[in-house]
Design a protein around this ligand. Sequence first.
Ligand code: HSE
Length: 448
Amino acid sequence: MTHNEKNSPVRVGIVGLGTVGQGFLRLLLTNQDLYRQRLGFPLQLGGVCERNHSILQSLALPSDCLVFSSWEDMVKDPRITLVVELIGGIEPARSLILAAMKSGKSVVTANKALLAQHGEEIFGAAASQGVDLGFEAAVGGGIPILRTLRESLAGDRILKLAGIINGTANYILTRMSREGLEFETVLAEAQRLGYAEADPTFDIDGVDSAHKVAILAMMAFGSPIRLEEIPVEGIRHIKPIDLEFGREFGYVLKLLGIAVDHGDSIDIRVHPSFLPENSLLAEVDGVFNAIELSGQFLGSLLLYGRGAGGDPTATAVMGDVMECARGIQHASRGQVPALGFHVADRVRKSLRPLSAIYSEYYLRFMAQDQPGTLSYLSGVLGERGISIESVIQKGRQSGGSVPVVVTTHRATESQIRNALSVIDASDHVTEKTVVIRIEDVSMEGPLS
Ligand code: HSE
């Protein structure tokens, strides 16, 4: 295990100098005095490892900064005291982190996909090696949600949380809603402006939000979570017409990650949700993120801020690096478990299937504009115990089909799917019905 002489510098090694890596580098080189004052010892740039030579050449690295051509060399080099992994993806990030821990080094990472998929292995390795693992930057960019869960709220039982945790999806939904634009138009614009990744699949299909909500739930509820069991739905299928109808009902659409602890089981999911327009999360627009949660004694809490971007995310990485550096300097590593729960003392709770989830629903039927259609639709819903809250029907359209929008009172997903399997197979509708859940994310209310 790496030990440090009293007040000698902690030397940071960075693997991966992309957007977040460069932001972190700037922060480290700019705020040296601040870190010295806050820590009581120097935090130094020990070395970097980046395969892209043009990136390396574009950076003004200090002359004493080591440049490694392989991460293997960096993690075992005794001149590097702690390792910051910012390459993303599964491999070689996983091997790198495990190797660094095996060398007794604490690790900081922003790698949500890796922790969501291989968290058990990595959290287990941190615990058994007695090193620290910081991953604040993996969820919510610059928003300090994970330390809040792990330390500030450690004394309370977290009951539920809901978050807008993907900036790209939120930017797309915000512009579609404000300007009545189609999904594809805004996505292309987001890519042109550099907000969305060249391959934005994870952002728009909800996968990135699933990675993040899995990490949030692990930390909030102390249960391992199997990523593949989380129901995930993205925003590709969302049409401006539904955002417009939603507005008429007083709703705003957001892609949410939701997690509720029911005691013996957990409800965790990612999907677009209509929220009452006066709720706090409904007002989170553009690339911003927010996470709202409820603690048994605390009541509700909202954290809001920049969920992506090199500089905000770099501050989260730096907070972790400083915490790890203190652990190294004061020989107190591994005091706070990475997840805020001792790995071996956690209890695995089962995930509730989507079919058992209760919600209110927005249903848009493209209905034949003829006598009896409305009574047919309400009949099928009523026979399955689904109570209608309100209905809007718009004027006649070409082709003889008109949008009929129904909002329902609380029903289970299986009641709704059962009704729609009948309706969508009938001659009364011309298209597959659009289904959007309406969430009561009020954190003061009962568990739903
Ligand atoms: N791609 C993510 C987002 C940022 O759009 O929110 C990093 O987590």
